[in-house]
Design a binder for this molecule. Structure first.
Ligand SMILES: C[S@@+](CC[C@H](N)C(=O)[O-])C[C@H]1O[C@@H](n2cnc3c(N)ncnc32)[C@H](O)[C@@H]1O
Length: 426
């Protein structure tokens, strides 16, 4: 193994500090950073530092498993290093990338990666396994104390092996004299030389992320493979909403135990499914006027129930028209909905722009009828903020606008309105 002056890769893994926290980076829909920060402080009792579209927070090894409970974030990675001004001078930047892996502290982030993914700790021939949160067997613990290299997998079936890896380079900045591909290749080659990990671009064990932002760089190791927004849904419609956005909208609604939460334009039911999984002491009703949407909602509800070991999901599905809901006056606490936008997706027509005015008018009126006066609230997502503003002006005696969050969905700007039902009787 190469003798290194600065890197920690020549330390035996047993010398890992199992109390030191790692810095985690979580990506989140822009504008929802504060919501994600709140979730972190509730679930991990850690304060997050908010950036644009990301949040940062520290997690000790003992709490790494709790990262799996976060629902507001899309991707998680563990930070290895952040260096301001590293790109200058640009002429020597790529050469410096060749030396960089040997100057980084890899052990602690890799330990966090190991604890999060459950994959074996990546080894060099002279590494021994670190004490692991995954250990459950007294014999395994004894072996560890005797400094014997063993497998940390609970079933002891995965051999300790050199992991596969790739480098993903994201670059933001105008005047760079290098491409992302060049940087990924240089940095990846240097990691391969140092750690002997094998390259696998399509399905790597370890995804090392090199972010270049103007003159600065940061390096992290991805914890999540697929984005966390792909959960709980098995039947996708043409406008299926990301589960993470649905979760954040539900958080904005401030759901209390016993609340009845309704999505009257539910599509495949992603909002109600997310609600029934995460707010199990409330009840979720959803419906749509398209016959196929109801079938998708039921399939998604049953799938999510199985996935989350919830035997009976508190969620009912109906087929209805939002303009004439079969629900009583003052019977619902919260409406959360992703409204039709009047756009085309491929060949599929979703609403139509000129019909939005009529639909939004009827929908907001009907939502006000079913929602409890004074305490009721609505969280509505739309790309048609012009029509929404007009309709809200018309119904200002029924709905009070509390907040509006501007978010980005697939490159399109959308608005999430948080509305309070006034005391005015319908
Ligand atoms: C943006 S999509 C909702 C997508 C949904 N959040 C999902 O994840 O699948 C809007 C939905 O509103 C429904 N819709 C349009 N007009 C409606 C009406 N008058 N009554 C009920 N639903 C309606 C459409 O069928 C469509 O499924």
């Amino acid at each position: 193994m190469t003798e290194l002056e600065n890197s920690d890769t020549n330390l035996p893994a047993m010398q890992l500090d199992t109390t030191t926290s790692s810095k985690i980076c979580a990506t989140v829909t822009t504008s929802f950073e504060a919501l994600a920060g709140q979730e972190c402080s509730e679930k991990l009792t850690t304060d997050a530092q908010l950036g644009r579209g990301r949040i940062y927070f520290s997690v000790p090894p003992a709490d790494v498993n709790k990262l799996h409970t976060l629902k507001s974030v899309d991707n998680l990675s563990v930070m290895v290093a952040e260096m301001d001004g590293y790109c200058t001078p640009q002429e020597t930047f790529q050469d410096r990338l060749l030396d960089l892996p040997s100057q980084l502290q890899w052990k602690q982030p890799l330990y966090t990666w190991h604890l999060f993914t459950g994959k074996p700790y990546p080894t060099l021939p002279d590494f021994t396994m670190p004490p692991s949160a995954l250990l459950h067997d007294k014999n395994q613990e004894a072996s560890l104390q005797n400094n014997v290299s063993i497998n940390a997998h609970p079933n002891n079936v995965i051999p300790i092996a050199t992991p596969t890896f790739r480098v993903t380079c994201n670059r933001v900045g105008k005047d760079h004299q290098f491409t992302s591909m060049d940087c990924a290749a240089k940095f990846g080659g240097a990691i391969n030389d140092l750690l002997h990990w094998r390259v696998d671009l399509s399905n790597p064990d370890i995804n090392v992320i090199l972010n270049i932002v103007e003159n600065s760089i940061n390096i992290s190791i991805a914890l999540t493979g697929a984005s966390l927004h792909r959960r709980n849904i098995t039947q996708f419609g043409p406008t299926a909403l990301r589960s993470t956005i649905a979760y954040n909208m539900l958080r904005l609604a401030d759901i209390q135990n016993g609340d009845i939460v309704c999505d009257p334009m539910a599509g495949g039911g992603s909002i109600s499914v997310e609600g029934a999984v995460n707010w199990i002491s409330s009840f979720h009703i959803c419906g749509d006027n398209h016959h196929a949407a109801g079938l998708r909602s039921v399939a998604n509800r049953d799938y999510a129930g199985n996935q989350n070991n919830i035997r009976s999901m508190a969620m009912d599905v109906a087929t209805w028209d939002v303009c004439c809901l079969p629900l009583r006056r003052n019977s619902v606490d919260i409406v959360v909905s992703d409204m039709p936008f009047g756009k085309r997706l491929g060949n599929v027509k979703i609403g139509s722009k000129h019909k939005n005015w009529k639909l939004y008018d009827h929908a907001l009126s009907e939502m006000a009828r079913i929602c409890r006066c004074s305490s009721g609230r609505a969280v509505l997502l739309t790309q048609d903020s012009k029509v929404m503003t007009k309709v809200l002006q018309q119904y200002k005696h029924l709905w009070k606008r509390r907040h509006c969050y501007w978010i980005n969905i697939g490159g399109l700007t959308a608005a999430v309105y948080v509305l309070l039902r006034t005391e005015h009787e319908y």
